[in-house]
Design a protein around this ligand. Sequence first.
Ligand code: CP
Length: 309
Amino acid sequence: MRHFLRDDDLTPDEQRSVLELAVRLKENRFGVHPFAGPRSVAVVFDKPTLRTQLSFTLGVVELGGYPMVVDGNLAQIGVRESIADTARVLGRQAAAIVWRTFDQRRIDEMAAYAGVPVVNALTDQFHPCQVLADLLTVAERHGGVDALPGLTLGYLGDGANNMAASYLLGGATAGMHVRIGTPAARPPDPVVVATAQRIAARTGGSVVVTDDPAAAVAGADVVATDTWVSMGDERSAAEAEAMFGPYRLDADRLAGAAEHAIVLHCLPAYRGKEITDEVIEGPQSVVFDEAENRLHAQKAVLTWLMEQR
Ligand code: CP
């Protein structure tokens, strides 16, 4: 039984296979039906969402299944009922479970008891489905899946958030050079950095954490950013501006990247905060390709997980 709980749950070869499958599923959108029956997939949200609910709901339908969307506010997993009991109830009726929740330990416990594949649709610590979609987007713009190794991704913003962690692990798995530009007060989890460094040593990638935003994006093939205030953060707008203002992705900052650089943002975006209107609407921005690619990447990972059973 395999799960996709964090980016490094896929080996480099497995990640390449999933991305290649995503490319094929994008070309032939309705040709693969691992959930034919229809079998149900439980899609559970403890936090707000637009893209993730849309893409998993449509994705499961396109894979021949029935998406059983569960409102976490009603289910109150871990409050009304233990995670272990909930996992066994869901696992008796669903072929797979997709969960957006809080601490990573919650989804680890779900996976331990479910008896079916579990997919992380965002936790406080990781957002691996987003980074899989981001890698698919990079591959489309920079020469294909085989061309990912050796590319440089510069991330600007909160180094302690889930996107930074997933870029570190997912990017290193792809053999990319990942640079995290973040204030010294907001470093990524050192355990995640060490894990990414170990992966990068095998894949030919590398990992840099710097408080110099110009160094993070210098010559980069891909420039990424994310909200300064993640779901659940209590930082005020003024505090966020004071801390992350120098890391804003504006036209001057982007000019330091490679001329062919593409711009990623997982959305929702706060224009004028982490990214300017000019950049997100500019010719280098691929944020809506990235949003669409959630669908194709997640269909690929669900299909791949069902093949591993
Ligand atoms: N990027 C992303 O996960 O979007 P939602 O929060 O809208 O699902």
